[in-house]
Design a protein around this ligand. Structure first.
Ligand code: PGA
Length: 251
């Protein structure tokens, strides 16, 4: 019922020339796939090149962030209408690297989600606990605070069509992946929370991706979990063959 979404977050990697080469290799490696959505999020400066290279492929394009206003005196920022104009259909919001290094707060995440929805961009909203928070028993509270802070004021329809990404901070870029059971437990808890914040339909249709060291050799068991609806992939999305294998997960 929920179409799996396999999303590549390229982070601060790839010039336009490198982007063109990676997308060409990805298209060649991917071959045919159906009943799943594939998305890439290159850096802002490579989005136009990416849009050209993706033409006719069906692969979706996302910005890695956006500003909460649609225009204005915000030096260095990128607005929703700019992402839409360059061909993006999605925007990643509240990635833990933005929360950790750039002071992203739950309040700003909520504003950015509104900006995305206003501009017909599907928000991919990232939540997740640090190792310290997990080990001190605060995981559930932290994730609930992040999910409520991000989506709490939205109507059920918007929540149902949004994408969440559960990314335990300790699993990002570390090679230390959450076990399928650990991930499933949190995904199920998030879905139950969505039922409280919105309603049962929204909870059932909102896709919840797992992120954090997803690789070809662990994607199958993760995707076999009932509440894991896709993956947000960092490092492995920069290798065309690895990402293609992730897209072709078997479960
Ligand atoms: P990773 O990154 O796959 O390199 O761990 C995931 C992410 O940050 O979205």
């Amino acid at each position: 019922m929920r179409t799996p979404l396999l999303a590549g977050n390229w982070k601060m990697h790839c010039t336009p020339t490198e982007t063109a080469a990676l997308i060409q290799e990805l298209r060649a490696s991917l071959g045919d796939y159906d009943q799943r959505e594939v998305l890439v999020a290159p850096p802002f400066t490579a989005l136009a090149t990416a849009a050209t290279e993706l033409d006719g492929s069906g692969i979706l394009l996302a910005g890695q962030d956006l500003h909460w206003e649609d225009s204005g005196a915000f030096t260095g920022e990128i607005a929703g209408p700019m992402l839409t104009a360059v061909g993006c259909s999605h925007a990643i919001i509240g990635h833990s690297e933005r929360r950790q290094y750039f002071g992203e707060t739950d309040g700003r995440v909520a504003l950015k989600i509104r900006a995305a929805l206003r501009n017909r961009l599907v928000p991919i909203v990232c939540v997740g606990e640090t190792l310290e928070e997990r080990e001190s028993g605060q995981m559930t509270d932290v994730i609930e605070r992040q999910v409520r802070g991000a989506l709490g004021a939205l109507d059920a329809r918007s929540i149902g069509s949004s994408v969440l990404a559960y990314e335990p901070v300790w699993a990002i870029g570390t090679g230390r992946v959450a076990t399928p059971d650990q991930a499933q437990e949190v995904h199920a808890a998030i879905r139950a929370l969505l039922g409280e914040i919105a309603d049962a339909d929204a909870a059932a249709s909102c896709r919840i991706l797992y992120g954090g060291s997803v690789k070809p050799d662990n994607v199958d068991t993760l995707m076999a979990q009932p509440d894991i609806d896709g993956a947000l992939v960092g490092g492995a999305s920069l290798k065309a063959k690895d990402f293609a294998r992730i897209v072709h997960f078997q479960s």
